[in-house]
Write a protein that binds this ligand. Structure first.
Ligand SMILES: Cc1ncc(COP(=O)(O)O)c(C=O)c1O
Length: 411
């Protein structure tokens, strides 16, 4: 029998076909494999290398700030587009960490309830039906999803190892360039761990100017860098402020994923457009969380301690993966190690996709990873796995290594 909502769902969500797809997406495959493996091997611990969130909670300084601010009556109101103190703290943070000077905090910066909603709202600022978003794959899909919701089109730029996991901007066909309105980039990159250079960002600015394209740089991982690579803002490239915006987040750099706080910085008119959409979408993050966010932004030693931990874990992880036959290199940024998936096992099993390998790895060894089949077959290991001490980190990685070696993987 027909149900009331059968013909009510918008075409952008699939119309009458909404909810009927039988395609199982990779995250569901992994979730099911995890559940099955835990049931089959209750005696084994699951080693979760798939997590996309910090294992540490927010710093006690930040928690204290929230607990002090939460009960203050003056913090109870709708925060709308934010409090000036947060904008000022964000401008000061960008100056100290990224060397950005001359920012007018009230005009160049507006907060967001995390960077995800900012990335969802930006297409509403720029995309008309038929406009094209250029986006990198594999990658964080929110901007592309909203572009499609709005009747825009998406052109994928593959991130390939041969190009340092940077998009080849010269490969975009002229008819696509003509309709392209927005370019989405993310460095340090999820999932490849690749970083961009100042030279690459300058090339992006030239590309944007020549082709009349707005640049959105997703800087969710920008502060997490290793081994001499310094945090780099797209906005530090000459002319970037004229053509783009950068989206920052406190989620990863300050271990605050669930707190939902980030900000956008960039061209004044573009930031104003975001503010207009935001004002019509949410009423701002709780002031007490913004104030706790200020405490975080002032204490970048929190990020430093987090970096030291991830760096130590990357050293262990890459050694272990290499011993098991992978070609792993420590990234210069993010918390992800992106490695080619094996083609099979010595005893004849074949993996046609990274998803097949990832599923096998969970079922056979209770090691969870995230597979990517968008541009080659790769799996992502994250250094945010649960471990309470350096000693425990070593034992988790050693255990993972022994389990991997037993599989006799073929590359
Ligand atoms: C590349 C990238 N951008 C943005 C986000 C969203 O971060 P948040 O909304 O917590 O700021 C994530 C989260 O995993 C991410 O990986």
């Amino acid at each position: 029998m027909a149900e009331f909502f059968d013909d009510k769902i918008s075409e952008r969500l699939g119309g009458i076909n909404f909810g009927k797809s039988t395609v199982i997406y990779k995250f569901e495959i992994i979730k099911r494999a995890k559940a099955a493996a835990k049931k089959e091997h209750p005696e084994m611990d699951l080693i979760d290398m798939g997590v996309g969130e910090p294992d540490w909670p927010a710093d006690s300084l930040v928690v204290k700030a929230l607990s002090e601010e939460a009960g203050k009556p003056e913090n109870r109101w709708y925060a709308d587009n934010g409090i000036p103190e947060f904008q000022e703290a964000a401008a000061d943070y960008l100056r100290r960490v990224y060397g950005l000077s001359g920012l007018i905090s009230s005009e160049h910066i507006i907060h967001g309830i995390g960077s995800k909603p900012v990335l969802a709202m930006l297409p509403i600022c720029f995309i008309n039906p038929g406009d094209i978003l250029l986006t990198t794959v594999p990658g964080y899909p929110v901007t592309a999803t909203y572009t499609k919701y709005l009747g825009g089109e998406v052109f994928n730029l593959p991130l390939l190892e041969s190009n340092g996991f940077l998009p080849d901007l010269d490969s975009v066909p002229p008819p696509v360039l003509k309709k392209a309105k927005l370019l989405y980039l993310n460095y340090p990159n999820n999932p490849t761990g690749a970083v961009a250079s100042g030279e690459f960002f300058k090339k992006v600015v030239d590309f944007a100017r020549t082709n009349n394209i707005v640049v959105v740089h997703d800087a969710a991982y920008s502060a997490l860098t290793y081994d001499g690579y310094k945090p780099l803002s797209f906005l530090s490239a000459d002319g970037a402020m004229d053509v783009g915006l950068e989206v920052h987040s406190l989620s990863k750099a300050f271990n605050m994923t669930g707190w939902r706080i980030g900000f956008v910085c960039g061209n004044i008119k573009a930031v104003k457009a975001y503010g207009t959409v935001k004002d019509n979408t949410d009423s701002g993050q709780f002031r007490a969380i913004q104030k706790a966010g200020i405490e975080a932004l002032r204490n970048t030693d929190i990020t430093q301690r987090t970096i030291e931990k991830y760096s130590r874990r990357f050293n262990l992880l890459t050694d272990a993966l290499n011993e098991a036959g992978f070609e792993a290199r420590k990234p210069k940024g993010s918390f992800y190690c992106y490695v080619k998936s094996p083609s099979g096992t010595m005893d004849g099993r074949v993996f046609n996709t990274a998803t097949e390998f990832s599923e096998f790895l969970i079922r056979e060894s209770l090691i969870s990873t995230v597979p990517w089949d968008d541009a080659g077959k790769y799996v992502r290991f994250s250094v945010t796995f649960e471990a309470d001490s350096p000693h425990e980190e070593t034992s988790v990685i050693n255990e993972m290594k022994e389990r991997l070696k037993k599989l006799k993987l073929k590359f």
